[in-house]
Design a protein around this ligand. Structure first.
Ligand code: C5P
Length: 228
């Protein structure tokens, strides 16, 4: 079964507050994006890796991974969902896994788990159960109530769907003017019920400077414990 990876990497990472986009910051001796792309290029389950880059991106060509023959470049869009759409147009695979460039701590084990689970259903996504007590607050930051955390999950990536179904769902969402922040949302709007696959909570998305330090710690833990 052919699976392509689509890696949206066209964001500017405004919240990071660094001159260089966060996917090009150094993490344990390599850039974040190099690490993320290596996870997919090293997986025997993945046919091709499509990376969505901002127009005129001056950094990508200097990554060692940029010369890999299985890597394809797609143009990034204004929003993450536009970048993902551009990536999907470059694929011919039956299935696609979409994964944030900013999540370099994904393990090969979780990638395989998602592939196995999603392929036997109509697609799915890695999720982590919410651990803390959840509150809803108003704009005044006063608590309005407590949200039952039973059945609540963080939506992680990768998210895996049949390429043509995801393409259709994202195009439909775009034509309705809806800006979806993950692929599952588009599939849900199309009436599908993606499978939540319990993944590792340490598959974090790098958003702030502190996350880079945490990611370094997580990768070191994986290395020490032989987690791949
Ligand atoms: O900004 P955020 O962390 O939510 O972005 C998630 C992923 O989507 C990142 O890997 C980022 O590079 C990518 N992205 C993109 N095109 C955009 C905005 C974000 O490829 N226009």
């Amino acid at each position: 079964m052919a699976i392509d990876a689509v890696i949206p990497a066209a964001g500017i990472g405004r919240r990071m507050g660094s001159a260089v986009p966060k996917q090009y910051l150094q993490l344990a001796g390599k850039t974040v994006l190099q690490r993320t792309l290596e996870i997919f290029l090293n997986s025997p389950l993945i046919s091709r890796v499509i990376v969505c880059l901002k127009e005129g991106d001056p950094y990508f060509d200097s990554l060692p991974v940029s010369r890999d023959p299985r890597l394809i470049r797609a143009p990034g869009g204004a929003e993450r969902c536009d970048s993902v759409l551009a990536g999907l147009w470059c694929s011919e695979a039956e299935w696609v896994m979409v994964h944030d460039a900013a999540r370099p701590c994904l393990t090969g084990g979780d990638l395989r788990l998602l592939a196995e689970e999603a392929i036997s259903r109509d697609g799915g996504l890695l999720c982590a159960p919410v651990r803390d007590t959840m509150k809803r607050a108003g704009e005044d930051m006063l608590i309005q109530g407590t949200v039952d955390r039973n059945g609540l999950y963080h939506a992680l990536t990768p998210q895996m769907f049949r390429r043509t179904e995801l393409l259709q769902a994202l195009e439909d969402a775009a034509s309705r003017g809806l800006k979806v922040t993950d692929e599952s949302s588009a599939m849900e709007l199309a009436g599908c019920r993606p499978l939540a696959v319990a993944g590792r909570a340490d598959n974090i998305k790098i958003t702030s400077q502190g996350d880079l330090e945490l990611a370094e710690f997580i990768l070191e833990g994986h290395r020490r414990n032989g987690i791949v």
